[in-house]
Write a protein that binds this ligand. Sequence first.
Ligand code: GLN
Length: 204
Amino acid sequence: MKIGVLAVQGAFAEHIAILNKLGVAALPIRLPPEVVGLDGLIIPGGESTSISKLIRDYHLSDEITSLAGNGLPILGICAGMILMSRRITDSSIEPLGLMAITVRRNAFGRQQESFETELSLPVLGNQPFPGVFIRAPIIEQAESTVDILARLNNTIIAARQGNLVALAFHPELTNDLRFHQYFLSIVAESDRFNLRGSAVAKGN
Ligand code: GLN
């Protein structure tokens, strides 16, 4: 299994370290040819305005959009979630529009720019998950095709639509590997991964 981590700006090194810890090959992605043969992609946290500009400058945005359309599992964290959305209420950046969600940037306000809190994430089991929020966005609205994975005080902070997963918080800044394992299980179950596996087995 080969997972790409978009590495134009932001917290990409932490994801690569966690994937390596889980025994998975992780590749930093900066240029379009590097996405060939990926089984999954992580769009890390950082500054959505910078990442948005850089992926356009590097001609990566069309590539990512078409891979998502072809069923590539993608995990977007914080700025990555902003980029995966269909609409951003308070920014002029044009998101990739991969998920039917509307997001608001920096939604926890100045008093609470960064904080950590225990989250209930039923897809990971009963143990609470450490939620690290850094100038985090929220999901203001999600269409019915989107499954809500977690809320904080009634606000949606994690969602999944098919093989696409978006989180407002940063699992890569904790020692809890469960969210990455969950994403890897989505990759392992994806049609794309399984079809590619059988093509490889047949020698194609
Ligand atoms: N506030 C940042 C933005 O709007 C996101 C912060 C993060 O990724 N930790 O892009």
